[in-house]
Design a protein around this ligand. Structure first.
Ligand SMILES: Nc1ncnc2c1ncn2[C@@H]1O[C@H](COP(=O)(O)OP(=O)(O)OP(=O)(O)O)[C@@H](O)[C@H]1O
Length: 959
């Protein structure tokens, strides 16, 4: 950048610089650091000013600050007399006017400063001249600031830069025009003088009342040919030293100020004023000056100056600046403006003086590069508190005091130094706070990492413990199975023809029971025989008493028995006996002995009956054990053969524990979800690699449909589906809610049948789930309802149930599907035939509806109560198909035992109607008296709009 003496600058260029400096002024004013640029740490400002003004830096620097003050005075002197600065611009702006950026006046304050400067200069056209950059050029100092800024601060500044880009572009173009004109004429052409006014009118119409002042100012600028000599600090000095023109307004009462200015110039020496400013100065150097300096006095005065100027744009937020000052409330602004207007005429002169007086320090502030916007904001806050909130009168007094002599200037200098120190303290304090925050963040991160490690460790521990527990359980189970196998039995591989098959062989427990039963039977026979013989030996006296016509053979038999002889077959004797041998007639025994023996035999028979019952119960138990044992043996065999037996962790989440069961194409594993900390059932679907592609596709299609249907269901009587995982190319897994108990099929195998009450409880819950399925916008047919798909939560039949396995489910959707008429049956002969209705066996099948499930409910209810299926109980699936068993199942027949209520029978009958049109639907079942909610007597029959079922008399409801 090049810097030209102010005296050589055209007015337009000076205007531009005024704007540039005004933006500095804003920052100065906010920071209130009049002497910032005097800080030796940033030498780029002071030398520039000194050189430009012909004042050596060394001379200017008074304690590192005085030269700035001088420079500012000089600048003020340059402009002050014109009245321009008095009215419109902060005196410090004159310093900026001396800067001649090489890029054609592109040099400007940072956008973050600019708005404030604009506010300061907004009363005339000056501010517009700085917005003539077609491209945003970051002020070097701003760049430097950004370099030192925190990222967030940089972002803020860049953000504001961006906001002001377009506005700046317009001004920049104008600036270039002015510069070109100024270079041509080297004088102050009239059009340039007028231009700012016009622009001011365009850009700041609210400031039109100050245009006259601007014109005056320009005129004074023209008249100020000896700008370089006007190197005074305040507006008063130029009047003295430079012989500058009079102020058009406020009466000149600047004696004190002028004296001060003169004294200051004298201190600087004559050469200072005459020194030719250097041309080559970097704006960055300028900006660096006074980085750490600040002055509350200047800030205060500056603020008051602006208040007295009545600029409504004083608020930094209005122009998107970097929030150097807190935004003032509009009402507060208005009040201040009113106060300022009232006092304006009275204190205008003083104000102007004070403005010029504060110009010097404000230059320092202007050129002072505060380290961060945050700091600037802080300073501005101070400034605000010192100025904006102070009564104008007080501000005026302060200004007067400030300009009241050199002693006072010295004191203000020391105050500025003090403020600088305070600023440094503030910065240090903020650094400490930032450091504290950093430390806190680091601590939190460390804690978070530790927590994460702990969490991972807990998961690992849970996993390890679960595996350990499972291994123990597995071992215990296998040990038990091994121990039970000899007693209960086991599968033995035997050769049958050419092939080998696993055949079941009962263990010794069954043999023992057989032996017991045989022994009991023998004993029973013996007792019966002895009792018969005893009767034959019954004494005559007793005989006569009882029956005088008693056959003699009986007494003979009793006699033989008492003699230890086997009873003869005399009772069966025929003619042959009489020919070959005639048995001896049993001798009669004494009545006492007969009575005793008779009692003994009777008691022994009773005992035998009890023993027989016990043995039978034992056999039943053993049978149950055997079915459980057989299932466990199969399960263990399947588990051992499974690829998931080694406690795999599916998707880093599901720990496979043990196999629950194996279906046609799937295996269900109990697993533990270590993310959710709950047990789940993982149903793993396998696609056989050897299948044809078509079959594979069909299987996957069904599995996907099951998944899609199941995941949309949310009912307490339906097993929930949590997740779907892909395991490999041939298998995937659906993660289901784990139901700890057995399924109803296993329970019925164990217990044959259950009570009607328990059966009704189960059926009630199943109907509830079916109502849910049928109330959906697209109803769902389960199609595979059977005891194996009803899970008993508690493991017995007097608890909650959940239905599962939607592998064959059908959704009643699509254009061709009529919800009432039904849907096409696409997979005929799939499912379990005992539980499917007749229409599903008809070829071609008619449309099916939810009444398929209703038929299944009837079969399940019947089976639960009677312990057998109503149709084809002893038949295999194949036989049922061959014999058309279900197609011929026109009427259900109820056994006499166990006794079942007519309500239950009616319910079953409504389910097992041959024609689906005659059969009840799910909603009718829900309304059936058997399972509908029991309500108070008066409300019966009219609850929920569901009419009471008329078919059955509730008197029978004695289940
Ligand atoms: N969510 C679950 N919670 C607990 N056990 C379950 C769960 N789902 C299924 N099981 C059990 O897993 C075993 C196998 O279930 P699956 O549904 O595969 O059997 P299936 O119905 O006999 O087979 P298929 O699906 O071929 O008809 C059954 O014993 C069943 O009780």
């Amino acid at each position: 950048m090049s810097y030209r003496p102010l005296c050589c600058l055209p007015a337009a260029l000076m205007m531009h610089r005024l704007w540039v400096s005004s933006s500095r002024v804003k920052r100065e004013a906010k920071e209130g650091d009049l002497m910032v640029q005097s800080n030796g740490s940033s030498s780029n400002h002071a030398p520039i000013v000194g050189d430009q003004l012909g004042i050596p830096s060394s001379t200017m620097a008074t304690g590192g600050t005085g030269h700035v003050g001088n420079v500012t005075y000089m600048n003020s002197g340059m402009l002050g007399p014109t009245g321009f600065m008095q009215q419109n611009a902060h005196p410090s702006t004159s310093v900026m006017m001396q800067q001649q950026p090489q890029n054609g006046g592109v040099s400007r304050s940072s956008p973050t400063e600019m708005p404030q400067g604009m506010q300061t200069m907004s009363e005339d056209s000056l501010e517009m001249r700085d917005y003539n950059s077609g491209v945003h050029h970051m002020h070097p100092h701003q760049m430097q600031m950004q370099h030192h800024m925190q990222p967030q601060q940089q972002y803020n500044m860049q953000y504001h830069n961006h906001q002001q880009m377009q506005q700046m572009q317009h001004y920049h173009q104008q600036q270039q025009q002015y510069q070109q004109q100024a270079q041509h004429h080297q004088m102050y052409p009239p059009q340039i003088q007028q231009q700012p006014q016009q622009q001011g009118q365009m850009q700041q119409p609210q400031q039109s009342n100050q245009q006259q002042q601007s014109s005056t100012t320009l005129q004074h600028i023209n008249e100020s040919s000896n700008l370089s000599s006007a190197g005074s600090i305040s507006d008063r000095e130029p009047e003295q030293a430079g012989g500058t023109p009079q102020r058009p307004t406020a009466p000149v009462t600047t004696t004190t100020t002028e004296k001060k200015s003169v004294r200051k110039r004298r201190r600087l020496g004559p050469n200072d004023e005459q020194a030719t400013p250097k041309q080559e100065r970097k704006i960055t150097e300028f900006m660096k000056v006074g980085e750490a300096s600040g002055s509350n006095v200047a800030r205060c005065l500056m603020t008051e100056y602006h208040q007295n100027q009545g600029s409504p744009k004083r608020q930094p937020q209005q122009n998107g600046s970097n929030n150097y000052e807190p935004q003032q409330h509009p009402q507060q602004q208005h009040q201040q403006q009113q106060q300022q207007q009232q006092q304006n005429q009275m204190s205008q002169h003083d104000m102007h003086n004070s403005c010029w007086g504060m110009a010097t320090p404000s230059l320092g502030v202007n050129n002072r590069g505060t380290p961060t916007p945050t700091q600037q904001q802080h300073y501005s806050s101070d400034s605000n508190s010192n100025s904006n909130q102070s009564p104008p009168g007080q501000g005026g007094n302060r200004m007067v005091r400030t300009i009241d002599g050199e002693t006072q200037t010295d004191s203000s200098l020391s105050q500025r130094v003090q403020n600088n120190n305070q600023s440094a303290d503030e910065i240090a304090k903020r650094d400490r706070i930032i450091e504290d925050y950093r430390r806190q963040i680091d601590d939190m991160n460390t804690k978070q990492n530790a927590e994460r490690r702990k969490y991972e460790a807990s998961k690992e521990t849970i996993k390890r413990l679960l595996i350990e527990k499972n291994m123990i359980e597995r071992t215990a189970l296998r040990d038990k199975i091994s121990a039970d196998s000899p007693r209960i039995g086991c599968f033995k591989t035997t050769r049958i023809g050419d092939s080998f098959r696993d055949q079941w062989t009962d263990g010794w427990g069954f043999a023992e029971i057989e032996k017991k039963q045989e022994a009991l039977a023998t004993e029973k026979n013996d007792i019966n025989a002895a009792a018969t013989l005893l009767k034959k030996r019954k004494p005559a006296e007793l005989e006569r008493k009882v029956d005088r016509k008693r056959p003699q053979a009986v007494s003979i038999q009793i006699q033989n028995d008492s003699n230890g002889m086997q009873p003869s077959t005399s009772s069966n004797s025929n003619g042959d006996d009489a020919i070959f041998r005639r048995p001896e007639e049993p001798k009669e025994i004494p009545p006492q002995e007969y009575t005793e023996l008779e009692e003994i035999y009777r008691l022994r028979k009773e005992h035998l009956r009890k023993e027989e019952t016990d043995v039978l119960m034992e056999k039943e138990r053993l049978d149950k054990e055997r079915s459980l044992h057989m299932r466990e043996l199969k399960r263990i065999a399947n588990e051992s053969a499974s690829q998931f037996k080694e406690h795999q962790l599916l998707h880093k989440r599901y720990l496979m524990l043990n196999l629950l069961g194996k279906g046609g194409f799937s295996e269900v594993w109990k697993a533990f979800d270590i993310d959710e900390n709950r047990y789940v059932a993982c149903k793993i679907h396998h696609v056989n690699k050897d299948w044809k592609e078509e079959k594979k596709a069909n299987y996957v299609k069904h599995a996907m449909r099951e998944k899609d249907i199941h995941k949309s269901l949310d009912h307490c009587r339906i097993v929930k589906q949590y997740d779907l995982l892909t395991i490999d190319n041939h298998s995937f897994c659906t993660v289901l809610e784990y139901v700890p108990g057995n399924d109803l099929d296993f329970y019925l195998k164990q217990n044959k049948s259950i009570s009607e009450k328990e059966a009704r409880s189960i059926i009630m819950q199943v109907v509830s789930a079916l109502v849910y399925l049928n109330e959906k916008s697209t109803p769902i047919i389960h199609y595979d309802l059977k005891p194996a798909n009803i899970l008993l939560e508690s493991g017995h039949t007097f608890g909650a149930i959940k239905i599962t396995d939607f592998g064959l489910s059908k959704i009643m959707e699509g254009e061709n599907d009529d919800h009432d008429g039904g849907i096409e049956l696409t997979s005929q002969f799939a499912g379990t035939y005992w539980y499917l209705p007749p229409e599903t066996f008809i070829v071609p099948p008619p449309k099916i509806t939810c009444k398929v499930d209703v038929w299944s409910i009837g079969v399940i209810f019947y089976q639960c109560i009677y312990g057998k299926k109503p149709f084809g109980h002893d038949l295999t699936q194949q036989k049922i198909l061959e014999c058309n068993t279900i197609i011929n199942a026109r009427e259900v027949i109820f056994p006499n035992k166990p006794q079942v209520s007519s309500l239950a029978q009616d319910f079953i009958r409504r389910c097992l109607q041959y024609r689906k049109e005659d059969r009840a639907d799910v909603f009718e079942l829900a309304r059936h008296d058997l399972i509908r909610p029991k309500l108070p007597r008066e409300a019966k029959g009219s609850v929920s709009g569901i009419p009471r079922s008329p078919s059955v008399n509730r008197e029978d409801d004695n289940i």
